[in-house]
Design a binder for this molecule. Structure first.
Ligand code: GRF
Length: 211
């Protein structure tokens, strides 16, 4: 397993960041380490989690840049200067463009709180995803970890985990169950496989190499 530097990009509370930190501490990523947290706004609790765990962090606000292109360039510069090998989008809500995808082909992963291709794409973020699932009346939802490509939520799927939808669920209760039972588990598992160089993408399909 080669040693990788991991950046986690966040916009909020950072519970997925926390699960990654906890798994790193348990040795799940071998010698690979979360070396940078990038937040899209100041004051988010994820930054405190980084500080509490001695991880460098930086804030890149979209409003400080004229365009998505300028913002994306600044992000790529930040990631390259920090020698980052893997970029994890963990609740990162700012739009970025192809400069980032081209700088990190098959090396940016995202966690989406539904079973893609259900309830994904433009507008499906945060509680909206769970509202849509409840409106449809699905009996299972879940989470998906995928590589990021220019098309929103359409990149190669790395891992998925189903979670039961219960009668009486609200968007908030469903969100919480999906985080606890799926997101906090499959995101670190996908990071582990990446760090072990076990993920291979062929024709938009991810193959997991056996040892
Ligand atoms: C998660 O539900 C994740 O699936 C979505 O944004 C949320 C981030 O939560 N992309 P947190 O900041 O990790 O607590």
């Amino acid at each position: 397993m080669s040693k990788k530097n991991i950046a986690v990009l966040v916009s909020g509370g950072g519970t997925n960041l926390q699960s990654l930190i906890d798994c790193e501490k348990q040795g799940m990523f071998g010698e690979s380490k979360i070396t940078l947290v990038v937040a899209s706004k100041p004051g988010v609790y994820a930054l405190e989690r980084a500080a509490n765990n001695g991880i460098d962090s930086t804030v890149l606000c979209r409003k400080d840049y004229e365009s998505i292109a300028d913002y994306s360039k600044a992000l790529v510069d930040t990631l390259k200067n920090a020698d980052i090998d893997l970029v994890v989008l963990a609740g990162f809500l700012t739009i970025i463009d192809e400069q980032v995808y081209e700088a990190y082909p098959n090396a940016i992963i995202n966690i989406h709180p539904a079973l893609i291709p259900s309830f994904c794409g433009k507008g499906y973020y945060g509680l909206h995803v769970h509202e849509a699932a409840l409106e449809k009346g699905v009996r299972v939802s879940g989470a998906t970890v995928h590589f990021v490509t220019p098309e929103c939520d359409a990149g190669p799927i790395i891992m998925q985990k189903a979670v039961e939808v219960k009668q009486g669920d609200t968007p908030e209760t469903l969100q919480k169950r999906i985080m606890e039972e799926a997101e906090w588990k499959i995101l670190p598992e996908a990071v582990k496989l990446f760090c072990e160089d076990k993920l291979e993408v062929k024709d938009n399909i991810v193959f997991i190499k056996e040892n």
